[in-house]
Ligand binder design. Structure first.
Ligand SMILES: Nc1ncnc2c1ncn2[C@@H]1O[C@H](COP(=O)(O)OP(=O)(O)OP(=O)(O)O)[C@@H](O)[C@H]1O
Length: 450
């Protein structure tokens, strides 16, 4: 459903009301002169964006009525983007308003172009939120449960997981720490005919070498000191289900040979035993290491590599998944609000920019931890960059200004066409699918030299 293009202007000065109506002719402007009228218009029109003068009657020279109106709007429709308009040099109150849930602020006197840009950006953000929400709804119908993704890169991973899950193929999940390898391994299990069987995960890097063998393969009574009774290993235990070997790159060479034998023969021999026990398990392995490099340096067996990687799936780092950062952040904000009994409404603009600019070396796990901490620690109603322990970065206003983005794209396309046509304007216009006069107009508009 397309978003409505209403803009509520809360302003008590009739002259300014008219001026604002004129500045925002691309929106359907509705006005209100006080709190009661604003709430009435909000209910009636449900505008995605509101501009709110903080000096409203009966406190036209103060800010108490403006702040009360802000709180009423935000509590009635928390998704509304409220831009507060304050007097000149009134930074302190503007910041207070943002702390109370305003999306942004703007100082009088009104400059139509700048205020227009702020309003456009608020609409764009609201649109993106709605798109994300729609994607999240789709996601709940999505069978790769628990994996939140909207980026093309990660949606591709989910599709592959869905496709290969029903097969018995050995899967190797590759990706940095915290990218969601275990989550994908669980999805592979849940979407397979083995879903009613066990999912057994074992981290090969976390168990000392001398214990790993008996942990995986089990042992017979008396096999070593302390082996008081016959104990099946994790592989046997996973029979009928799936075995997830995390950090498989850390498997010692001696165990690599034993695992290879199991994968070839599908039987295990417990430590200290002679019997060959048939086991039916699906093996999924994961690593953050470069196994090819380990093969070259002689620390990983090539034959084992081919056995465990019948299908390899590369999970991209979080910084390369356009859109996923903010989608996951919102999801974790809701999750931890519920878990911690808090009611933080959203992220400040700076926090969103800081999250997008950060490189996330610890990937989704790090994002989850930072948001949990912020939900517990935040003192305002929105999460700011400091709550996430992230550095504030200056928002490049231009990167969100659609007109600027369009101009940049046009400029690039024209310059490329001109270079392909060796500077011939009519040939370049043909390439771009526009007429020659239009091409000349654009060259003039973009101030290009030909
Ligand atoms: N796409 C995602 N959607 C939702 N949650 C995710 C996603 N990816 C990862 N997570 C969450 O992030 C955390 C780390 O994920 P996971 O343990 O699967 O990563 P990993 O790649 O196996 O990490 P490691 O290599 O360190 O074991 C988990 O809490 C997981 O639920």
């Amino acid at each position: 459903m397309p978003m409505n293009n209403k803009l509520l202007v809360v302003e008590d000065d009739p002259g300014l009301q008219d001026q604002l109506r004129w500045c925002f002719d691309r929106y359907e402007v509705v006005v209100a002169g006080d709190r009661a009228a604003a709430m009435e218009q909000l209910r009636k029109h449900q505008p995605p964006v509101v501009t709110l003068d903080l000096g409203l009657p009966p406190d036209a020279n103060g800010i108490s009525e403006g702040l009360a109106t802000l709180e009423a709007i935000v509590s009635q429709r928390p998704d509304t983007k409220v831009i507060v308009v304050t007097g000149q040099n009134d930074r302190e109150n503007a910041v207070r308003a943002v702390g109370s849930g305003a999306y942004d602020f703007y100082h009088k006197p009104i400059d139509a172009e700048i205020l227009g840009m702020i309003v456009n950006r608020a609409y764009r953000l609201r649109e993106l939120e709605l798109e994300n929400y729609a994607l999240m709804q789709q996601k709940t119908d999505h069978s790769v449960e628990g994996v939140v993704a909207c980026s093309a890169e990660m949606v591709r991973v989910c599709r592959t997981v869905e496709k290969v899950a029903p097969s018995n193929a050995s899967i190797l999940l590759l990706g940095d720490s915290g990218t969601g390898k275990e989550l994908c391994a669980r999805s592979l299990h849940d979407l397979s005919p083995r879903a009613s069987g066990r999912f057994i995960a074992i981290n090969c890097a976390a168990i000392p070498e001398n214990l790993l063998e008996s942990e995986l393969f089990g042992y017979e009574k008396g096999a070593f000191t302390g082996a008081a009774k016959q104990t099946p290993g994790k592989i046997e235990y996973a029979s009928g289900g799936s075995l997830f070997l995390d950090e498989v790159g850390d498997l010692p060479m001696s165990l690599q040979a034993k695992l290879l034998r199991f994968l070839q023969e599908r039987v295990v021999e417990r430590v200290g035993g002679r019997e060959e026990i048939p086991v039916d398990v699906r093996v999924v392995c994961a690593t953050h290491q470069d196994l090819q490099e380990k093969i070259r340096s002689g620390t990983f067996r090539e034959d084992l590599y081919y056995r465990i990687s019948e299908i390899a799936i590369q999970i991209p780092p979080l910084r390369e998944r356009g859109g996923d950062i903010l989608l996951l952040a919102r999801m974790y904000l809701d999750h931890f609000n519920r878990e911690q009994g808090r009611n933080l409404r959203s992220f400040s603009k700076e926090a969103l920019t800081a999250m997008e600019a950060y490189s996330w070396p610890g990937n989704v796990r790090e994002l989850k931890n930072r948001i949990k901490r912020a939900v517990i620690m935040a003192e305002g109603k929105t999460i700011v960059a400091r709550d996430l322990e992230l550095e504030e970065v200056a928002l490049d206003e231009k990167s969100l200004d659609l007109r600027h983005v369009r101009e940049q794209a046009e400029r690039q396309a024209i310059l490329r066409a001109l270079s392909h046509s060796a500077g011939k304007v009519s040939a370049a216009a043909d390439m771009l699918g526009i007429s020659r006069p239009t091409m000349y107009d654009m060259i003039r508009k973009l101030n290009l030299k030909v």
